[in-house]
Design a protein around this ligand. Sequence first.
Ligand code: SF4
Length: 959
Amino acid sequence: MATVAAPPAPLKRLAPLDAGARLDDLLSKPYAYRSWEDVYRDQWTWDKVVKVTHTRVNCISACSIDAYVKDGIVWREEQNATYEKSFADVPDFNPRGCPMGCVYSSVMYDPTRIKYPMKRAGKRGEGKWERISWDQALTEIADRLIDVVESDGPECIVYDNGTTNLDFGIGSPMESHLFATGVGSTTIDSYAGVGDLPVGLIQTWGLYMSEGTADDWFLSDYIIMWIGNPSYTKVPEAHFMWEARYRGAKVVSIAPDYNASTIHADRWLNVRFGTDAALALGMVNVVLNEKLYDEAYIKEQTDLPFLVRDDTGQYLRESDVYEDGSDGVFFVWNNLTGRKESPPGSWGSPYSTIALDEGLDPALEGAHRVRLANGRRVTVRPVFEHLKKRAAEYSPEKVQEITGVAANNIRVVAREFAAAKSAMIYSSWGACKHYHSDLFQRGMAYLCALTGNSGGKPGSGIKVSTWWPPPNGALTGGGLGGPSVRLNTNPVPELPVDRVGVQELSKVTFQAGRMGSAAPLIPWLYAHDKKWAEMASKQEYNDPSLPRPAREYIDEALAAGWQPVPPYPKRPRFLYYSGPNPLRRWPNPKLIRDSLWASLDTIVTLDFRMSTSALYSDYVLPGCGYYEKPGIKYTSTYVPYVVVGDRAVPPLYESKHEWDVALLLAEKIQERAIARGLQPYTDRRGMQHDLARLYTEMSADGAYTPDEAGEEKALDFILQYSHITRNSGLGEGAWAKAAEKGMVKIKAVQPSALAVGFNSVYSDYTEDRPMYSCGWFVERKNPWPTLTGRQQFYIDHQWFLEAGEELLVHKEPVNSGGTYPLRMTGGHTRWSMHSIWRASEELLRLQRGEPVAYISVDDARKRGISDHDRIRVHNDVGSFEIRAKVSPSVQPGTVIVYHAWEGYQFKDWATQNDVAASPIKPTNLVGNYGQLHYRMASYTMNHVPKEVAVEIERVEERA
Ligand code: SF4
């Protein structure tokens, strides 16, 4: 099959200043270059320096970078150090950047670059392509999409809203807007799909976005890094932690390996892999026994005084006591009156406050007899009593046996944490990738709650990456009229209230979550891939303490609609993604590739580089690199800035901005819909769609166009009117002003805007101090968005009671992938951002140049493995080969494979994800219980690549 149809477009090369053999050539030109010194000097002159950033990279940071351009080529980049000094006594944000960001100028020109639209010309993955025009590509894709709308319904079109595709400007938002709102497709919710969802925090707090600005770390007196390695994963922010030590803060690392962040710590608790919940319980034991807890705080802010029935293990509810009582109203025992009374602020309470009036002093201890509505009398006691009983099972000596951490060290850290004026736990997304991560996180939340450190004051809380309200909402947000495909040309008015109750908002999302377009990845794979479901629900890989088969729970959750899995019972037929790399990222991708993936009729990749997934798709569309388009970077709260990047050079080859592609595709769908006479339709959610008017509507009657003028107009509008930039005084020409500086300082944000969507900090933003989270609950006494309105230690859902997890408990890691002696874990690396940069020559030179598994000296010796030997890592569900890096920093019994190598970097394309069985934990699928309900990017099962059971063996290499 012929593979090339047209001559390549001319690309300007680095002719004048290219290195090596061309030097003689240059010197032979008498007037241009008179000596080698001139060549050297000219290397440091530029046609222009442009403020850029790395928009569609899931690094969560936002850094402004200077790109140095000459002869139409980006030669190099440098960190931009123009952030303002915010506070006299707190370090500033200068400079920001990371190793990857500083070599992107070479990655954009490397051989993985996708140059032209291409169509598969052989079997999927065979590597045979036909170059086609943009018009042909868009026409065929539009026709295939309309085919699915006509034959199966729009929900069978799937858009993978992965994580390495996100920007908060006009690229990714426009694509997801086109698919979800314009077409009515299914959107894969990949938040937990990559293992990033802090499920334990949702269980305890009803929320999980709990970060402020990163300079708040500097104000902490006691910092625990718990399953976190910020020196690798938070390169631009980590300095605030290390600098906090200059004002006397103590830094503790809790990690099984001696990692790059641990070297900055004052103490290292070398916990046995996977036993973090036991360690937390050991510290809780010390805090309770030595009465180090903050009594007034826990009476107000937690469910510890709430009464639980001895007979059922469930909270005593108003509906238990009165015929017409609410099951969202609970009781405490009032020390002042000697009677049970209902505190305000719970899910069913008419009062939206958790403040206790002076006539109510909830008891933490004691047992009482109460009469139920049916006349029966039962014994009740506060959650605190149950907690004491549970913690008593975890004395420091017992915990030493479980975790390997000396009892004395457990006592010391517990006492220091409780005594600190302000203590924080850094434990972000890396801490969510174990089967029992929710237990680890509940343990962290318990410690913070008992000692009054769950946010609401400087330098406290559990620090988990959080976003400002995404600025693109100004353009795509439908306002109070609900979702609309029409882009805004007039600003959506500010919310009519200055504040909204987070618990109230949670009740709304409880309802809305069921009818959204989103499908959380792990349940979705379970519903749509039989082979995968068989693996992930295997009883031997799941929690042995469950009284019923895992499969029974999962099927029950899906049947109840607790986890939406559209288009089930239909099958997905069309998959479009832009930036993500599902065949690298999804658990056990080789299995999926031969199963669900193979059953899809059409797969479209838009990307700037040829990823593993692109190689297995039907159409490949070339997207712009980061320096070839204007855009807005992730607006994470780490920085009080909106960082923007301008177009330093025109799009390379035939690549296009995702904004342009989304609008061009909409235009083509409209053209084909008219030609085919497609009638308007209603999707499964009841939303109306008319593809014959898709572009007309989406472009707001041509107000926005798929070109440079349209891009700038959209960005201008966003920066003028978004929640976080509308008060920055940019006015007319907002984009041009922002692009010149590379950033916009956030000046003021309406508090209610900070509660919109799944993102929030739950604190007011002010320029007077670094921002911390959860202030509304602690300072303003707003109810937490949980069933009890408090930080909830106790979960009385039946499945939690069956699993013995109504309170925190330690459970050994499950046999994920079979019964094997080692546990494979991983994490983000210093030399790639997911699979982007994984093939970068510069960065590979800083490593071994190929995938490696870090193994301990002990495990290597026992198996006759030497450093750099080739080894096979295997279990029941798969195997892969990799080099061994024997390291004394690795805990025996563990194998560390940092992600995210591409399939093509391994023999037979088998990667570390191919041994991931990803068992599904039933309690993570629960719905219909206060804070436990699915909504986009919240409460569902994570991908769990971190505690995979494996064995390793040396592989004989061919001579
Ligand atoms: Fe900053 Fe992310 Fe770019 Fe690195 S890749 S320089 S962390 S924006």
